[in-house]
Design a protein around this ligand. Sequence first.
Ligand SMILES: NC(=O)c1ccc[n+]([C@@H]2O[C@H](COP(=O)([O-])OP(=O)(O)OC[C@H]3O[C@@H](n4cnc5c(N)ncnc54)[C@H](OP(=O)(O)O)[C@@H]3O)[C@@H](O)[C@H]2O)c1
Length: 287
Amino acid sequence: MGNEMRIVTKESKDNYIFTDIVEIEGQETTILDITNLDSIRKMASEKDIKAIVNCAAWTNVDGAEAPEKRDLVELLNAKAPENLAIAMKEVGGLLVHISTDYVFGGDPYNIPCKEDQKGTPTGVYGLTKLHGEQNIQATGVDYLIFRTAWLYSEFGKNFVKTMLNLTATKSQLKVVFDQVGTPTYAYDLAKVIFDIIENRKYKGNTGIYHYSNEGVCSWFDFTKIIAEFAGNKDCDIQPCHSNEFPSPVKRPAFSVLDKTKVKDTFGIKVPYWTESLKKCMNNLIKA
Ligand SMILES: NC(=O)c1ccc[n+]([C@@H]2O[C@H](COP(=O)([O-])OP(=O)(O)OC[C@H]3O[C@@H](n4cnc5c(N)ncnc54)[C@H](OP(=O)(O)O)[C@@H]3O)[C@@H](O)[C@H]2O)c1
């Protein structure tokens, strides 16, 4: 997500600074530890920061369940967003934060989730992301929280890249069909965030929004289309149930997000998931 923000903000009239706790090879990066409130305050004042887009998180869903990681996951997913919110509140700035469909899942439902649906996380990752949202809201800062789902891009490790590789190298593959949701090209979400900031559309519109691409599919369907677009015809892809892949966390069975609010508020058109997938895969294949 952070890498896509780098791309979409290149032509901005605003000045964006990209931070991390470590140097990123080949990319201009300012060192900042977002778990340290005073460091954020110092940078916000020295650089006259008007808005922060927080793309950092603990994102390893199964790894978050390890008892010894619990404090670190809470620190990154709940305390760090609170720090960013406090720093922006103090200077009258905006915090844009990315959250997740994993704040839902505990209660059974089969209609797309709206922003005001009660959070019912099933694991530590979802619970700490929900705490992050609540902490931000409690500071009274101007905020935009985008709950998204099934993110992929050309960067990092993600489902598209994994399945491109597996469908090219394996003769058989089983993928779950009993979890449905909507894939989201991180570039599309980054463009929406960029447009809102660049054109100051957040004024009077702060709050929680749901964003994914359009449409619905299972992980099995997602994999079939990835293989089809890549021309990986020799892999026999079969649907299976989630219980064939035991995991410490029960994933939401129905992760579809209702995007009415984001579309109506900001006047955006959301691309259909296969169209965005094609764009990302074309970029991956070119690279
Ligand atoms: N991936 C999904 O399917 C998905 C779905 C819904 C919502 N989200 C949310 O979307 C956001 C972006 O996710 P993503 O997929 O882009 O995740 P990602 O690729 O795992 O990126 C998260 C980044 O946070 C960095 N980070 C970890 N600790 C940090 C710290 N103390 N200070 C600064 N940076 C730190 C990580 O650095 P290292 O690489 O060095 O660890 C990593 O680059 C997250 O808020 C996530 O919860 C993701």
